[in-house]
Design a protein around this ligand. Sequence first.
Ligand SMILES: C[S@@+](CC[C@H](N)C(=O)[O-])C[C@H]1O[C@@H](n2cnc3c(N)ncnc32)[C@H](O)[C@@H]1O
Length: 278
Amino acid sequence: MVHTTMNDAKSWYDNSEVNEFFLNACGDEFNHIGIYEDPNNIQTGGLRATQELLSGIEFKVPGSSTSKRVLDIGSGYGGTARYLADLFGCSVDCVNISTLQNKVNQRKNDEQKLNHLIQIFEADFAQLPFADATYDVVIAQDCLLDAVSKERVFREVHRVLKPQGLFVMSDLTRRDESEVVRAAILQRKWGLGEIVSTQSYLSLGYTVGFQLIRYNDFSENLAIGYADDVDAWADASRQMKTLSQERRQFEQQVFQSWCDAGKAGYLCLSYFRFKKIG
Ligand SMILES: C[S@@+](CC[C@H](N)C(=O)[O-])C[C@H]1O[C@@H](n2cnc3c(N)ncnc32)[C@H](O)[C@@H]1O
């Protein structure tokens, strides 16, 4: 695993107060922006987002009882892995850097008797501990924004996919590179990655050897999801003792700017589906 410092994705997600905040704000299944039919119920949107991201993919090998081999990177609390294991009997490997989240994932897999199908690897998605051409489908949901080098992750995903395998990802993206859009979106710091433009993911996919087969925009959900985070963070951060006041205030501004940029149409929620060529 890549060595991590105190101010990076691992220390952020493994801070117990931050973990509590996410559990309260999003629940212990999905930690991504949902597709909200009922804006008052933030947690039901998470499953809808997973269903939409994976819609139309055949997770059973046609004409056989065998299921496809799936990898979920930046897998959070494992809700998407359990969804696939439960519905299709898929064998799913989860890669996630957070020890606290992996513990929740393991506990829920044990409780739901899905642990024979789901394996959790505490690792960095920029350095996947798997052989070439192992998986039929790789999923990355709302997690590549944390990647310091998007290119390294794309190259790793491409390496571990079988030929014709699918890479499905959802992420926050900047609508374009204009000054007004750049200024509206506050970028994270303390070692977390940056939000990049929609076009830069499309170019990266092409550069590493993927073909884009589907793109959807669900940006209207951003303002709903982040308005909720703004309120939840304000409540949680009043009690926090381990993060500096500077950092707590900064994170509040980040959530607010993403909410406002979502409303203004500057920040997008982009769903990409790539196929490995060859
Ligand atoms: C916003 S959460 C999304 C979680 C999950 N994909 C979901 O949709 O519920 C981002 C996830 O990326 C993980 N992550 C961030 N940087 C990572 C890295 N370098 N390697 C592996 N996982 C990472 C975090 O631990 C967290 O689980």
